[in-house]
Design a protein around this ligand. Structure first.
Ligand SMILES: Nc1ncnc2c1ncn2[C@@H]1O[C@H](COP(=O)(O)OP(=O)(O)OP(=O)(O)O)[C@@H](O)[C@H]1O
Length: 281
């Protein structure tokens, strides 16, 4: 087995060996020639890739390349100007029930007048009977390291704890796919490391597919089964890189591997090149 495979842009399919957690190669999400304009400005110029069930895919690209725009189109929160997102064979026209999104700005995503428990319970109300909820809430709070903290309000917690609560809320109704938009950008470096490992753990525990947008190359290579590198706007997929680093990942040992350094350098070069070719507006 090759250590790394690079998939051509028009055939962004993941081989099962791309990551240990990928148990089959069932395609769950497809981005088909996705385009998005804001007014006359084209941001996404036909983004095309697929995500298999169980995969952890990181999306990286230069600032302003449209990573957040792409994620919103995937989530059904923004209507594309062309192309489509397909989730489990259906075109996405509104947020699918089996998909949850965790945004960067936890301070705005948690409702400050609700306790952590109530925040986590909110999205579960349409899916689980009242009697079922407490055990599930306790289990997700435990999973994110907030066991016993459900009675706190967001403003009584640190930034890292609030982001844990936002992740717990994303997990609470057991989505098939978790979309995360630079979720750790606003926390300190030590907390960021803890949250990266937390996401890897809960991804295994809850058997989820994760799409994770980040501008941090180290984070992308450390977390991903596959890194999708975007070009600068007008944006297409620059490269699809399978990350075949051993699982489970470890903040010290994984980052000492020559293959980690090689992948990191590859992504870095691509982003530098994308920056230099991006249209200056
Ligand atoms: N609602 C909007 N109306 C007009 N332009 C927008 C809108 N949202 C985003 N843009 C522009 O589209 C481009 C892509 O924005 P987006 O936030 O998707 O990029 P990004 O890659 O996530 O950026 P960053 O890495 O800096 O967070 C930017 O130039 C931004 O100013």
């Amino acid at each position: 087995m090759k250590m790394t495979e690079t998939y051509p842009q028009d055939k962004a399919r993941t081989a099962p060996e791309a990551g240990a957690a990928v148990v089959n190669a069932e395609v769950l999400l497809q981005l088909q020639e996705l385009q998005k304009n804001y007014g006359h400005v084209q941001i996404l110029a036909g983004v095309d890739f697929e995500i298999c069930r169980g995969e952890f895919v990181c999306v990286v690209g230069p600032s302003g390349s449209g990573k957040t725009t792409l994620l919103k189109c995937m989530a059904g929160l923004l209507e594309p100007s062309g192309g489509q997102t397909v989730f489990e064979g259906q075109q996405v026209t509104e947020p699918p029930a089996k998909l949850a999104v965790v945004f960067q700005d936890y301070s705005r995503s948690l409702l400050p007048w609700m306790t952590v428990w109530q925040n986590v319970e909110l999205p579960m109300k349409n899916k689980f009977a009242k009697a079922e909820r407490p055990a599930r809430i306790e289990s997700v709070l435990e999973a994110v390291g907030l066991g016993g903290k459900g009675s706190l309000y967001p403003w009584q917690m640190s930034g890292g704890m609030q982001q844990r609560a936002a992740i717990a809320r994303g997990l609470a109704y057991q989505p098939d796919v978790l979309l995360m938009d630079e979720p750790f950008a606003a926390v300190d470096a030590q907390t960021r490391i803890e949250l990266e490992d937390l996401v890897l753990r809960v991804r295994q525990e809850f058997d989820m597919t994760v799409v994770f947008v980040t501008h941090d190359i180290d984070e992308a290579v450390y977390l991903a089964d596959r890194v999708v590198v975007l070009s600068g706007a007008p944006t297409t997929v620059s490269r699809n890189i399978a990350v075949d680093l051993p699982q489970p990942r470890n903040q010290r040992d994984t980052k000492l591997l020559p293959e980690y350094a090689r992948l990191r350098a590859e992504v870095f070069e691509l982003i530098q090149s994308a920056k230099s070719h991006a249209t200056i507006r």
